[in-house]
Design a protein around this ligand. Sequence first.
Ligand code: NAP
Length: 254
Amino acid sequence: MMKRFEGKVICVTGGNSGIGRATALAFAREGAQVVIAARRENLGEEVVREIKKEGGEAAFVKTDVTVPLDLENLFQKIKTTYGRFDCAFNNAGVGGPTARLARQTTETWDLVMNTNLKGVWLCMKYEIQQMLEQGGGVIVNTASTAGISGSPGSAIYSASKHGVVGLTRSAAAEYATKNIRINSVCPGPIATPMLENGFALRPEMKEAYLDTIPMGRFGIPEEISGAVLWLCSNEASFITGYLMTIGGGQTITP
Ligand SMILES: NC(=O)c1ccc[n+]([C@@H]2O[C@H](COP(=O)([O-])OP(=O)(O)OC[C@H]3O[C@@H](n4cnc5c(N)ncnc54)[C@H](OP(=O)(O)O)[C@@H]3O)[C@@H](O)[C@H]2O)c1
């Protein structure tokens, strides 16, 4: 039986860890050729090995999403290797240190905004150029429930993810007639190194976070990857500019 993404080329930024890693594996299991872009080469190559061990196809391209030259190199490599690419999961991101807004630093602003917002915009810029040339494609950006509501202690992170929502909705409208669909997933707290590292620094946050989730548990990366694959599939062919909240009910009540 034909797999869902057989013959498709997919790029996953932040594909060497957490949500991105689970999504890269899921796409590969569905027959896609997966390009993983992130900075830590050892972790990236490890995911490539895991995919190949399962009989899939993948490559790692060392990329810092805050560096335009790295992204030009990434998309040029994809073009010369595969000639096209069908879906992009713009997922690379950082949390940044937690503190109330008045105690935050310009260094944190630059790190979080450059990675989470400028990085996504730059990826979209190159992806859309290629998708226009080839006649279409699908983009999914990783926002957050913090991109829909406020996130005390993480105002800069929240602002960056609200920015991702703005990029998603605006670009979805701009390219809707060009056969390019653009959506966002908005995860609630998901058990990944990002969350675990945050709890290691501030263990009291764990209970506080759990209290915000009606289902009473953290999500797992596979609960995001399933949604990303669906949004990239033909089953979602009439969906664009959509923000899919996946947070155990986190945003049901204000
Ligand atoms: N976990 C959660 O609770 C949660 C909730 C809502 C949204 N999110 C979002 O989900 C996305 C994935 O996070 P995660 O939870 O899976 O955390 P993670 O395991 O820490 O993964 C973050 C990924 O981003 C990559 N990355 C960071 N800075 C980068 C840069 N400058 N250039 C290229 N890649 C970069 C990292 O790879 P390198 O360090 O090797 O570059 C890593 O692969 C992020 O956008 C995050 O904001 C997470």
